[in-house]
Write a protein that binds this ligand. Structure first.
Ligand SMILES: [Zn+2]
Length: 307
């Protein structure tokens, strides 16, 4: 049995997994974004009830929408002010009296895919999130890479896609990270909607744009073409760097299988290496990959402590 939390900016999910990796209990609550006391109370209540129900005291794995400073254990998060700069694992461990491990949600998704998902036979897994924006997690032989800063896999920031934007007649915008030209502003669902609006379309939800594309609407097709150009270019660079065995996709756009196929074809065409079979594929744990990955954290070998 394993307890796991998936903590996002909107919701906290709690899951109890049995030895086979099946969810046998699940709870969901709104995230108290500003109130640390309420935040701790929700987690404590889930644990107290599960302990009473199952008569055990399990360790806890947490998938977090944010990073963890490896030197201090402090949360790096813009989404949840209540726990920003707070050593989440150590403090919860004190409160709840058991071992707590925390990792980034994209990393947890990558771990879930590498363990039991679309990348279960793969050695080098670069899982990407095409959600509101763009994120990613890297797992090599079932281990996370990196660990110096607590920020990794962020292929949506630090890019300069301005040239591609201008080529398509789009106007660059400032990214939330403070730079201009990041893929994050264009590579997720909000980015697709932004492209559609900037090429003359109305304000339209991403799922309506993709369905318009599948129905051969010209403007939707143009938006998808630009979107795939932007995403595939940056992803091909990541493929050149990592030479991954599998790129499972999570996030809201992962359910758009035709879109993922289009990105896959373009990425493999642009990558320097030869990839004869699909590389970019829909993840198998899109709905609960964070929670599922969090439940696996205690099975990973401990990483050396950073100074
Ligand atoms: Zn950025």
């Amino acid at each position: 049995m394993q307890y796991a939390f998936d903590i996002g900016g909107s919701n906290i999910e709690f899951g109890v997994f049995d030895a086979d990796g099946s969810v046998i209990d699940h709870r969901k609550a709104s995230t108290p974004r500003e109130d640390r006391g309420a935040f701790i109370a929700i987690l404590s209540e889930c644990i107290r009830e599960a302990d009473a129900k199952y008569g055990q005291s399990q360790d806890i794995g947490i998938s977090l929408a944010g990073g963890i400073d490896p030197k201090t254990g402090a949360v790096i998060s813009a989404n949840i002010p209540a726990i920003k700069d707070w050593p989440l694992a150590a403090e919860l461990s004190n409160v709840l009296g058991r071992k707590v491990l925390v990792e980034n949600d994209a990393d947890c998704f990558a771990l879930a895919e590498a363990s039991s998902g679309a990348a279960r036979d793969a050695s080098i897994v670069f899982a990407i999130i095409l959600g509101t924006g763009v994120g990613g997690g890297i797992v090599v032989d079932r281990q996370f890479v990196g660990g110096n800063s607590g920020i990794r896999g962020e292929w949506g920031h630090g890019n300069d896609v301005t040239g591609t934007l201008i080529k398509h007649g789009l106007a660059p915008i400032a990214c939330g990270c403070g730079r201009t030209g990041c893929l994050d502003a264009w590579g997720g669902a909000r980015g697709l909607e932004r492209i559609y609006a900037q090429i003359g379309g109305a304000v339209r939800a991403s799922e309506d744009i993709t369905s318009g594309w599948r129905a051969n609407e010209a403007l939707a097709a143009k938006a998808i073409d630009i979107y795939c150009d932007l995403v595939a270019r940056e992803l091909a660079l990541m493929v050149n760097v990592l030479d991954p065995d599998c790129i499972p996709v999570g996030g809201g756009l992962a359910s758009e299988t035709a879109l993922i196929e289009e990105i896959d074809v373009r990425v493999r065409k642009q990558a320097l290496g030869r990839y004869d079979t699909p590389l970019v594929v829909p993840g198998a744990n899109v709905r609960d990959g964070g929670l599922r990955g969090a439940a696996l954290l205690h099975q990973m070998p401990a990483r050396p402590k950073r100074r």
